[in-house]
Design a protein around this ligand. Structure first.
Ligand code: FE
Ligand code: FE
Ligand code: ZN
Length: 294
């Protein structure tokens, strides 16, 4: 069965996220480790995480995915920003051990004019400083859209980061469908080709999670504006191929579409239907109003 969930608010704690996930038909979820604007994190309540772990075991959740704050930029030209990124990631990884064996995703960052190569060096330097041999968390680099000076919109850049990390076995990649599409990879007409390229450059064994989002913009736009599933330029047919692709179907999927819980519930049902091969397209198209490309 497809493992799928959505991004959820962590405001009411860990167990509440598990319950919310179940209430929308999900068996996993993503959450921010702290305010996405990047302030201080609330202390973890060990009883709360313990209750979540029990719920996950009882309901067969695969990995849950923690997302680092967007303000974390390991390859900023500013030393203060880089220090904040280091301290935030180090602290997040300590907190992650309250839920052992899960996934932690972060944006490689924006080099802010320093150049990609220098940026990659700073990202690997941070990872080598904060990763610990005893940690049970797998840290994921997210594929990026290539907005501004973002690092990580080319598979080669992610490979270069991974190559610089000493504790290789602690690292993986999270593929964001909106981001790779916006970066120029043709997952609509040539999913096989894109995954072959991913395998050749990075290795599919590194792929640990999928952010499943449609895109408001055409391929190669470098914009990073998510759309609801089937309402953007990626489209329903491509998502059917994505959730049924043998290289992807076993991975956990996380929705980051512009939705409230009801919308997530509907998208989860739609994608589960597609994965089980009994998607009724008339219902699907009816349900998701006409695409409006402005
Ligand atoms: Fe992200
Ligand atoms: Fe994402
Ligand atoms: Zn995005």
């Amino acid at each position: 069965m497809l493992a799928i969930g959505s991004h959820l608010s962590s405001g009411k704690g860990y167990y509440a996220m598990g319950e919310t996930a179940l209430s929308i038909g999900a068996d996993t979820f993503q959450f921010f480790t702290r305010n996405p604007r990047g302030s201080r994190a609330k202390a973890v309540d060990p009883q709360d995480t313990e209750r979540l772990r029990e719920l996950m075991k009882e309901h067969g959740f695969p990995c849950i995915l923690a997302h680092a704050p967007y303000t974390m930029n390991p390859c900023s030209a500013g030393e203060d920003t880089r220090r904040f990124a280091r301290e935030t990631m180090a602290d997040d990884l300590v907190r992650m051990e309250y839920t052992p064996g899960q996934l932690y995703n972060f944006h490689p960052g924006s080099h802010t004019g320093q150049g990609v190569e220098k940026g990659i060096g700073q990202i690997t330097a941070q990872l080598n400083e904060v990763l610990r041999p005893e940690q049970t968390t797998t840290v994921l680099l997210e594929t990026m859209a290539g907005k501004g000076s973002e690092v990580g919109s080319r598979f080669e850049e992610l490979r270069a980061i991974l190559d610089g990390v000493h504790l290789q076995e602690k690292m993986g990649v999270c593929l964001d469908t909106c981001h790779v599409h916006d970066a120029g990879y043709d997952i609509v007409n040539d999913l096989d080709g894109v995954l072959e390229e991913f395998d050749r450059v990075i290795g599919l064994s590194r792929l640990k999670a999928i952010h499943i989002n449609d895109s408001q913009n055409p391929r190669g736009s470098h914009k990073d504006r998510h759309a609801c599933i089937g309402k953007g330029h990626i489209g329903l047919e491509a998502f059917r191929r994505i959730v049924t692709h043998p290289a992807l179907a076993q991975l956990p999927f996380y929705l980051e579409t512009p939705n409230e819980l009801d919308g997530y519930r509907e998208e989860i049902a739609l994608l589960r239907g597609m994965a089980e091969g009994n998607c009724n397209h008339e219902i699907a198209f009816d349900h998701f109003a006409e695409v409006d490309y402005d």
